[in-house]
Ligand binder design. Structure first.
Ligand SMILES: Cc1cc2nc3c(=O)[nH]c(=O)nc-3n(C[C@H](O)[C@H](O)[C@H](O)COP(=O)(O)OP(=O)(O)OC[C@H]3O[C@@H](n4cnc5c(N)ncnc54)[C@H](O)[C@@H]3O)c2cc1C
Length: 759
């Protein structure tokens, strides 16, 4: 999480985690700019390094060796990371429009989103061909193809359309891997047949004749049929056709032709070249808008058209970082001068490479080893990350030039922070931010945010009683919108665990001080996230209070409604011997976020945990009730054991927990095994006295996780044994795919410790 040593004065937003932006993040990590917040928005947390991609396909590298973990890198750089797809820019409002979340405001913007396959103009290609980009989708198809070829007797035909370096390298890599896999299965005779299609008179049109000859030789040796002057003009299911009318039946048609710019760029008003790429000056600024930069494949340098290659995207990282920095500090920008000739090391699939630089050519195994060394060295910069000491708070306002009005705000923000003052966020900031969120209206809310007053007034409908609960916690991620969603879901958990309907909520929040516009944006993002969840739950936000504090924090007092005679109420004390224990969501958020803070968790583990934390418990409760659940609670800070003990005590029962049956979030076991545990773990550990056979169970790898504190955890319920299977199936179908039976309720025995662990 980004520190709050300085108020945020300027926002730099990076769209896409391409090769240039990973460099920018790394450079800002090495030299942070006080008062400047960096935000990365990217569709994929694992971004592939193009240089090693063919090696991955060939099987020389594993998945994690060729992907940069953007969430981890962003954490290392003190940057915010938002996993989303950008679908537009509102340059007048300086906002980035995302598919799934509210817009992000920028002071300087950079775009590094690569290129998009151009399939629309070829009949049937979009439906029946497999484009190599985005790599995530191609990888899924590739893994499926590997499985299919392994499982299917007889030869497969694979057509690769596009005979540039990417297409040739990819074909040879796929062939090498498939041949190896089939030989290992004793099916060398089933080796797939490969066809390569080039629209030009020869392959590798941008490389010299010696390089072309070398690859023509390799392809011929390996039995690849090369079709030159064969532009593919139509694709049907399992068949392609070229301009001359010739056709080929193929099991897989892989598309690696020259790509174009993303379609949404056309609506930005930025000047684009014929390929739809952003025209940029030698400062990497858009020709149209000095606050918008572009780099990598999606940029087209006006004065020096460059080949679309990862090597240029990487080289642009340094000047891009410098010019983004200079844009917010008001300095003169640097010019980027790309090299005239660049060295391409193109591999032949079998740990052998061909070097191509202008008219020069060489080949050999040694070249592949050299390339491997260069690539691995590059990747180490982004994978071997150690948490850095927090930078000494430097006065942000000195680094970033501000308008007079902003200057006054910044000084007061810094003074306020140093004085530890918890002043209320300005009424206009708060009301402006809240005016943009749209809480639902309910008939039983008589006075709420739609007509704000000193306090909200809600009615308790006849026959109902009111359920009250309150929760409050500090942000554990740097994305206020997502934090708002999880904080609201966490707070609602208590209401649903009682079997109640959520009615109304009041919010209490603290926001770090800063420029008014930045504070307003943070409040808006956080409340927009929270309100989206409250609205889904049918709960009206009716009021709240926001103050300034060192850290972003949010909590809710929530009112729920329940039958006044408590019919359908599920308390903690209802468990009965013989019941089965069911847990609706996996555990492990405590250890995962502790590891994330230490840069020891994989970004995709955190992505999955964040997804799980947004799953509401609302739909689970009626299912549990319909299956005769007798007791229920939601898992939060005390961890599984703590909450189970809270149930066994009032129920007057004992319980048995099956450690091996616990559903765990991806990565939780690895983080716990590495000894990385939440700071709340020691307090929860005191409850081990409730364990009857602690000594025996301690060695089990899941043991530490019964103490792991949960944020927005699932429901722990006891269900009659004869209904358990049906209940599990219904919960799974209702959106709780990791629901599990984790133990049994036992009659209270003589032993003072109520819980027995099965190992
Ligand atoms: C098979 C193959 C092999 C190659 N081998 C080499 C090689 O050896 N050397 C070389 O120099 N080049 C190689 N290339 C070319 C190279 O892949 C590209 O030039 C390079 O990836 C471009 O990098 P980039 O930084 O511009 O974008 P990319 O690497 O494509 O990264 C773009 C990022 O933006 C994200 N993104 C895209 N759209 C959005 C959106 N709307 N919102 C948010 N995020 C978004 C993506 O998820 C991705 O993380 C190869 C290409 C292929 C197909």
């Amino acid at each position: 999480m980004q520190g709050t040593a300085n108020p945020v004065l300027r926002d730099i937003v990076l769209i896409g985690g391409g090769h240039s932006h990973v460099g920018v993040l790394h450079m800002f990590a090495m030299r942070p700019l006080p008062g400047v917040r960096l935000t990365l928005v990217c569709t994929d947390t694992d971004t592939p390094y193009s240089g090693m991609l063919p090696g991955y396909i060939a099987g020389h590298y594993g998945y994690d060796e060729v992907h940069i973990d953007l969430r981890r890198l962003a954490e290392f750089a003190g940057a915010r990371y938002c996993r989303d797809e950008v679908i537009g820019i509102d340059r007048a409002a300086r906002q980035v429009i995302c598919r799934n979340r509210p817009p992000l405001t920028y002071d300087a913007l950079s775009i590094n989103i690569g290129s998009t396959p151009r399939l629309a103009h070829i009949a049937g290609a979009a439906e029946h061909a497999v484009p190599v980009k985005p790599i995530r989708r191609f990888n899924d198809r590739w893994l499926a193809l590997l499985d299919r070829v392994r499982g299917h007797a007889g030869a497969t035909t694979i057509a690769v359309v596009g005979a540039g370096a990417g297409g040739v390298e990819l074909l040879l890599a796929m062939q090498y891997r498939l041949r190896g896999e089939l030989s290992a299965l004793g099916r060398a005779g089933d080796a797939p047949r490969f066809h390569l299609f080039s629209a030009e008179a020869h392959i590798l049109p941008t490389h010299n004749a010696a390089v072309r000859r070398a690859f023509e030789g390799v392809l011929a040796e390996r039995g690849v049929t090369v079709h030159c002057d064969a532009e593919v003009t139509r694709v049907d299911a399992g068949r392609l056709q070229t301009r001359s009318g010739a056709g080929l039946s193929a099991d897989e048609i892989v598309w690696v032709t020259q790509a174009g710019g993303a379609t949404w760029l056309r609506d930005t008003g930025l000047a684009l070249d014929q390929g739809g790429f952003i025209r940029v000056r030698d400062t990497l600024q858009s020709e149209t808008d000095a606050l918008v930069f572009a780099a990598g494949d999606c940029a087209a340098m006006i004065d020096r058209p460059l080949e679309k290659a990862g090597v240029f995207a990487v080289r642009m990282g340094r000047p891009l970082a410098e010019n983004l920095r200079r844009t917010v500090t008001g300095e003169t920008l640097l010019t980027y001068r790309p090299q005239r000739h660049w060295l391409a090391l193109i591999s032949t699939g079998d740990r052998h490479a061909v070097a191509s630089r202008g008219p020069l050519y060489a080949r050999g195994d040694l070249l592949w080893r050299w390339k491997d060394w260069i690539d691995r060295r590059f990747m180490r910069k982004f994978t071997e990350l150690q948490p850095m000491a927090a930078p000494a708070p430097a006065p942000a306002a000195e680094a970033v030039p501000l308008a007079a009005e902003e200057q006054a705000q910044a000084i007061s923000a810094i003074a306020m922070r140093c004085g530890g003052c918890g002043a209320k966020v300005g009424a206009s900031v708060l009301s402006r931010a809240l005016a943009r969120v749209r809480p639902i209206e309910r008939d039983d809310v008589l006075i709420g945010l739609h007509a704000p007053d000193d306090a909200a007034v809600v009615r308790v409908p006849p026959g109902k009683a009111m359920v009250h609960t309150v929760d409050f916690f500090r942000a554990f991620i740097d994305d206020p919108w997502l934090f708002g969603r999880i904080a609201a879901n966490h707070a609602l958990g208590d209401i649903f665990a009682m079997g109640a309907e959520a009615q109304s909520a009041t919010a209490i929040a603290t926001v770090p001080p800063g420029l008014e516009a930045k504070v307003e944006d943070t409040v808006y993002q956080m409340m927009a996230g929270a309100v989206s969840v409250l609205n889904e739950a049918g709960c009206a936000l009716v009021g709240g209070h926001t103050g300034e504090g060192r850290e972003l924090a949010l909590g809710f007092a929530i009112n729920g409604l329940i039958d006044e005679h408590l019919a359908g109420v599920l308390t903690k004390g209802g468990m009965r011997p013989g019941d089965v224990l069911i847990l609706t969501k996996p555990i492990g958020t405590g250890t995962l976020f502790a590891a994330h803070a230490r840069l020891s968790a994989r970004g995709r583990w955190i992505d999955a945990a964040l997804e799980s934390m947004q799953i509401s418990n609302r739909a689970a409760m009626p299912i549990l009730i319909a299956h005769g659940a007798t007791g229920c609670t939601d898992l939060t800070g005390f961890g599984l054991l703590g909450h189970l003990v809270e149930m066994t005590k009032p129920s007057g029962v004992d319980a048995e927990l099956e450690l091996a049956a616990l559903p765990l979030l991806d990565g939780a076991a690895e983080c716990a095994a590495a000894g990385i545990l939440s700071s709340l773990q020691p307090a929860n550990l005191r409850l081990r006295r409730a364990l009857r056979n602690q000594e025996e169970a301690m060695a089990h790898p899941n043991y530490p996780l019964i103490f792991d504190p949960q944020t927005a955890g699932g429901l722990l319920a006891s269900v009659p044994a004869d209904k358990a299977d049906a209940c599990l199936a219904a919960l799974c179908a209702a959106g709780y795919p990791r629901v599990a039976r984790i133990g049994r309720v036992l009659a209270q025995g003589e032993a003072p410790a109520p819980i027995r662990l099965l190992t």
